[in-house]
Design a protein around this ligand. Structure first.
Ligand code: FMN
Length: 468
């Protein structure tokens, strides 16, 4: 049977726009250290493969409405360094932006974290889409997609060359003879590309894992090529099984074309489960979260600058194909109104009903807000009991749609704990997730081999080629 990969995408103030407003939820990033510690302890006790930290290189008032967790948070490399000392088994994946990072510094930091954590570090490489990041890093404007990916391609090559500066047995440390270093096993990086130029070698020993497992998250065609060629984990944005399995197949085919063993590419999808003791309980949580989301019409003087334009009754009207002039977000969807909806509007109403239990014509009908939220917030939501959510995960795995999930929690700590203490044991019971850590490194957790040193590989190739 399939063995799912399971990681937690950590967002301390919740991964749902209104998660921080939910009663009892953590909401002040100044207290993140305690939440990170508790999350890591619970995740490790549940045997999750890794904790995953995204990144965003700018902030601004608009982010409050888009994704509150982007407003202010601990930087991912600091978070994983902190957690490396608190945990002992779980993998720790930090995101870094190749557009603005310096490869020598990043190779140094990440090799260090891998050594400090006993081989549990991973690195998610992204090229970023936030235009404000440019001005924070001395650039006039955000580079175009192609230029960003050209640099990312070079970045990945340089990282591997830097990590491999020392062969595994380069440090002899022979106290008797006084020989410390076998100089023939220390390699210059010697990379000179269009975007990056790095002499090397790196001043950190080879990471425990050789190379840290690389994740790539992106959406453009170039991002697929990068993931297929060089990522161990591709983090993909998908909304259903069909889309996921198509994308996984495409990525694997691209990986094969690039000359690598396509079976070593793992594809994981983000998912946001809402876990309840009963289905109705989970729906009540989803309903409360939806009711706490602000939409454009909630602001009497108009929405603030940067408010997501789609999160409005006005935009909903275009999706539903009806005139909603004069309606407020909390107006009920009546059977008469629904009858005029487009097919998409009918589907939206159906999904809102499945998630929140609110049915048109019933005692607790949905409001327009429910539909706005369903259309614009978290496509990858699964609402149900631990058993139902585990069964859904298993169905995705059996359909070979994904190799695993990056689990988002709508609220911290409640929904994360409901997942770790409820859904994970259920996944273990049905045999799609192990009950013990089987290895010690993140590579072990992901079922990945430790790679050969690129410099040794190159010199072997030269030695073989030489006699000809
Ligand atoms: C599930 C998922 C998570 C992502 N997380 C981040 C992130 O934390 N930080 C970031 O800069 N980009 C992240 N990205 C990538 C951006 O959304 C964006 O796609 C990328 O930075 C730009 O590359 P693209 O033009 O190829 O999409 C993520 C993408 C996906 C699919």
């Amino acid at each position: 049977m399939t063995r799912l990969i399971l990681g937690a995408m950590v967002r301390t103030v919740g991964a749902y726009p209104s998660g921080w407003r939910y009663p009892g939820a953590h909401r002040d990033p100044a207290g993140d250290a305690a939440v990170l510690r508790r999350t890591a302890e619970i995740a490790e006790a549940a045997r999750l493969d890794y904790l995953f930290f995204g990144d965003w290189l700018a902030t601004g008032p608009d982010l409050e409405h888009r994704d509150p967790y982007l407003v202010a948070r601990i930087d991912p490399l600091s978070a994983v360094t902190y957690l490396a000392g608190i945990t002992s088994r779980i993998g720790l994946i930090a995101t870094a932006n190749t557009t603005y990072s310096d490869p020598y510094t990043l190779a140094r930091t990440t090799a260090s974290i891998d050594l400090l954590s006993g081989g549990r570090a991973g690195l998610n490489l992204v090229t970023g889409t936030e235009p404000r990041a440019a001005a924070n890093h001395g650039a006039d404007e955000q580079a175009a997609n192609d230029a960003r990916y050209d640099r990312a391609d070079e970045f990945e090559t340089v990282l591997r060359r830097l990590w491999d500066s020392f062969e595994d047995d380069a440090i002899i440390a022979d106290a008797a003879s006084g020989a410390y270093l076998d100089v023939s096993k220390l390699h210059a990086t010697d990379f000179h590309g269009e975007h990056l130029s790095v002499a090397g070698p790196l001043n950190v020993a080879r990471p425990v894992q050789g190379h840290l497992p690389l994740v790539h998250a992106g959406t453009s065609p170039r991002s697929r090529l990068l993931a297929a060629r060089s990522a161990d984990l591709a983090l993909v944005a998908v909304s259903d099984i069909r889309q996921a399995s198509d994308l996984r197949e495409e990525l694997r085919a691209l990986a094969f074309e690039s000359g690598r063993d396509d079976r070593t590419l793992r594809v994981v999808a983000p998912v946001l489960p809402i876990v309840g003791e009963t289905r109705e309980h989970a729906q009540r949580i989803a309903d409360e979260l939806a009711r706490l989301v602000r939409v454009a019409e909630d602001f009497r003087d108009g929405p603030p600058a940067g408010f997501p334009p789609q999160r409005s009754v006005a935009h909903l009207a275009t999706l539903l194909g009806v005139d909603l002039t004069g309606y407020t977000p909390d107006d009920v969807v009546t059977p008469g109104l629904r009858a005029a909806f487009t097919e998409f509007g009918q589907q939206l109403t159906e999904i809102a009903g499945e998630r929140t239990g609110r049915r048109v014509g019933a005692d607790d009908p949905p409001t327009l807000r429910h539909l706005v939220v369903t259309a614009t917030v978290q496509a990858s939501m699964i609402v149900g009991t631990a058993t139902e959510i585990a069964a859904e995960f298993a169905a995705w795995a059996e359909a070979e749609a994904v190799d695993g999930f990056n689990v988002l929690s709508a609220t911290q700590p409640a929904q994360f704990e409901a997942f770790a203490l409820g859904v994970v044991p259920e996944l273990q019971r049905i045999g799609v997730f192990p009950t013990e850590y089987e290895g010690t490194t993140l590579r072990d957790h992901l079922g990945l081999e430790r790679p050969a040193n690129v410099h040794v590989r190159e010199s072997v190739a030269v030695r073989v080629a030489a006699p000809r």
